[in-house]
Ligand binder design. Structure first.
Ligand SMILES: C[S@@+](CC[C@H](N)C(=O)[O-])C[C@H]1O[C@@H](n2cnc3c(N)ncnc32)[C@H](O)[C@@H]1O
Length: 205
């Protein structure tokens, strides 16, 4: 994992204005939050776009970019939600083993430095039987995949470290700490940020 500070002030400033939250993401955030009431960790919370959907949970969040973290804290204040936002990276969580009923990732595994390590950390902080729920964009097929590969180096520099080419579903399904409850491809987004996968994994006992 890189030690370089994660700091993307411009990306943080344009994130909410540019992301089609209501049209694209809101229904999926409802999916991620459905039925949760206990301790929940929002991984890479960004500007806190999931917070409105997580009222009524015992909400915790991590966000390593200070520019994103400040916006997430402001959103929590405006919503009247009590949430501690730690500066952790997903690869090195400062929570005890078996802490959470659920860990949520919305468009985060495209950006973390080490997806395998981050997923192992998710497994560690989930209680046995707890759920990892995610919505992630992944690499496409055919010409779209070739385009994603071609522009990935520039995209990564301009989009806060985001990669277009990851096969995140395979990483998730292949991890031996989890059983797959469900996983589906979502034909949403616009090339090069499409398709998405969303799903739920259960931490094995
Ligand atoms: C595309 S944004 C998504 C934000 C939010 N989850 C959402 O759904 O809108 C990705 C976020 O992951 C954060 N991030 C980058 N590297 C990370 C890491 N190693 N661990 C946790 N979060 C990270 C970024 O700072 C950014 O806020």
């Amino acid at each position: 994992m890189s030690d370089t500070e994660i700091s993307h002030p411009l990306f943080a400033a344009v994130y909410d204005p540019l992301v089609p939250e209501e049209r694209l993401f809101a229904p999926h955030r409802e999916y991620l939050a459905a039925g949760l009431t206990g301790p929940v960790l929002d991984l890479g919370a960004g500007t806190g776009a999931s917070f409105p959907h997580l009222r009524g949970t015992d909400l915790h969040a991590i966000e390593p970019d200070p520019h994103m973290r400040r916006r997430a804290a402001r959103r929590a204040r405006e919503l009247g939600i009590d949430v501690e936002i730690r500066a952790d990276r997903a690869e090195a969580l400062t929570y005890d083993d078996d802490t959470f009923d659920a860990v949520l990732a919305g468009i985060v595994f495209c950006t973390v430095d080490d997806p395998e390590l981050a997923l192992s950390e998710v497994a560690r902080v989930l209680r046995p039987g707890g759920e990892f729920r995610f919505l992630e964009h992944v690499r496409d097929d055919g010409w779209r995949a070739r385009l994603q590969r071609a522009i990935d180096p520039i995209w990564t520099k301009t989009a806060g470290g985001c990669h277009l080419t990851r096969d995140t579903a395979a990483t998730f399904v292949g991890h031996d700490a989890f059983d797959v409850i469900e996983i589906e491809r979502v034909e949403a987004g616009i090339t090069p940020v499409r398709p998405f996968v969303r799903g739920r994994l259960r931490r094995r006992a």
